[in-house]
Design a protein around this ligand. Structure first.
Ligand SMILES: Cc1cc2nc3c(=O)[nH]c(=O)nc-3n(C[C@H](O)[C@H](O)[C@H](O)COP(=O)(O)O)c2cc1C
Length: 293
């Protein structure tokens, strides 16, 4: 990361981000849903929801359940698929944004699927890079998440590296026993950055004993992830000796953003808190600007 003067702008992945605040994957769709609600171009950028090779209907409802510690979700990576995203959603975003950068979140259920999505979208104008969601279950290896296997991480990142000159960012789960070790594997396979953290696995039932999510279990997000994400970001920055890190998890205020920046994160993404209050990220940007003196 190269900070510029005393402003909030910075060069990361060879691109200028006017400030470090991003919208996290899966919580801002492809930006259209927020058009007219917030000024997307005031943000550092937006990470799209996951894109898979084929369209996905996602999991049965309910897909989210709130509890005191945050939120449990199991959206099931619902998305219109590579062809529709490339033909419609990304061109709309490119046309709409002048300043904010776009990172495309990518999922696969096989190693090859990640590379197919990356190569299918490379060449579409307006994309700064790809965030590879490595928390996806590997359907050819019993459903263990890709990110838990150094060999899968190496193969996914290097296959994608061969298919795109754009930035590649590996997004990792907080449950990995050695998250910084996996970050090193991703770096050595050609990744340009690391995003930490994805959601934590969780399960809740109603008083009647019925699962609160249509899918059964899901991912925990929200306030409790702040300290978990900051530790993960700190470990990855240290072990990779300064690789660009996108910190995500539990951010609700400018001070929470600074928690990630203090440990060396280059960019910080906001998810659950922006779902509850879509104008929050813009307010956080204003707050960061005004507190720079
Ligand atoms: C409803 C919802 C959908 C999400 N979808 C994705 C996704 O498509 N890809 C991904 O990598 N992460 C996804 N995430 C994880 C977020 O990007 C983020 O890593 C996580 O929620 C922690 O940040 P937060 O505490 O600010 O929400 C999703 C989270 C939520 C709450």
């Amino acid at each position: 990361m190269r900070p510029e003067g005393s402003s909030l702008s910075r060069t990361v992945f060879g691109r200028r981000f006017q400030n470090p605040v991003l919208l996290a994957a899966g919580t801002a769709g492809f930006g259209r849903e927020l058009d007219g609600v917030i000024d997307l171009d005031r943000l550092g950028g937006l990470v799209t929801k996951a894109v898979s090779q084929e369209p996905r209907a996602g999991n049965p409802p309910p897909r989210v359940a709130e509890f005191r510690g945050g939120m449990l979700n199991s959206v099931g990576l619902a998305n219109p698929g590579l062809a529709a995203v490339g033909a419609d959603h990304l061109p709309w975003l490119a046309n709409r944004l002048r300043q904010a950068q776009v990172l495309v979140n990518v999922v696969g259920f096989t190693v090859e699927e990640y590379a197919e999505v990356v190569s299918g979208l490379t060449g579409i104008p307006g994309i700064a890079g790809f965030e590879l969601n490595l928390s996806c279950p590997n359907t050819t290896a019993g459903g263990i998440e890709f990110g838990a296997s150094p060999d899968c991480v190496r193969r996914i990142v290097s296959l994608c590296r061969a298919r795109t000159p754009l930035a590649l960012i590996a997004k990792l789960s907080p449950v990995l026993p050695d998250i910084a070790g996996i970050a090193l594997v991703a770096r050595d396979a050609g990744a340009d950055g690391i995003t930490v953290v994805n959601t934590l696995p969780g399960l809740l039932h109603s008083e009647a004993g019925v699962g609160r999510l249509g899918n059964g279990n899901g991912g925990v997000s929200g306030p409790a992830l702040l300290a978990i994400g900051v530790l993960a970001a700190s470990r990855v920055v240290e072990r990779t000796e300064g690789m660009p890190v996108i910190g995500v998890g539990g951010v609700r205020s400018a001070e929470d953003v600074r928690q990630y920046l203090r440990v060396g994160a280059a960019l910080v993404a906001i998810g659950t808190a922006a779902l509850a209050d879509p104008r929050l990220p813009e307010r956080i940007v204003r707050n960061l600007e005004s507190s720079r003196g």
